[in-house]
Design a protein around this ligand. Sequence first.
Ligand SMILES: [Zn+2]
Length: 148
Amino acid sequence: MLKKRKCKCGFEVAVRTSWTNENPGRKFIACKLYNHDTGHRGCQFFEWLDEDPLEWQRDVINTLIAEKHRFATDLSLLRGRVALIEHEKKRLTNEMERMKKKTEKRKGCESSCKHQIVKTDHVGLALVIGGLVMLSVVVSVVVVKVVG
Ligand SMILES: [Zn+2]
């Protein structure tokens, strides 16, 4: 029924909601060209649908709107912090992965170094044995020469 009503411009009017501090949440019909932000009023057609809110209702609604805005701000702040934490987590995970690889590389080196130590031990042992064999040969030759 309301939508069939037309303003002086010939446009069908639609039900709209005011969000001013004076009339928060109050419904009205107005010219299609009515714009509260620009102050443009079209053909001046304007009618409130709801009764004028009582002072306490106005206060409650405005308080709730303010709280809603505060929550929205807090939420976007928290979202920003979560994004930062996610970023830091990613960075730390990458760092940890890098350090893990480094450690594995070092471990690989350590085991090959141990191999080298074992190898040198073998070489040392062979040298000692060889030396002992040579010494015993020399000793036996000397003994044979002295006795002989
Ligand atoms: Zn109009």
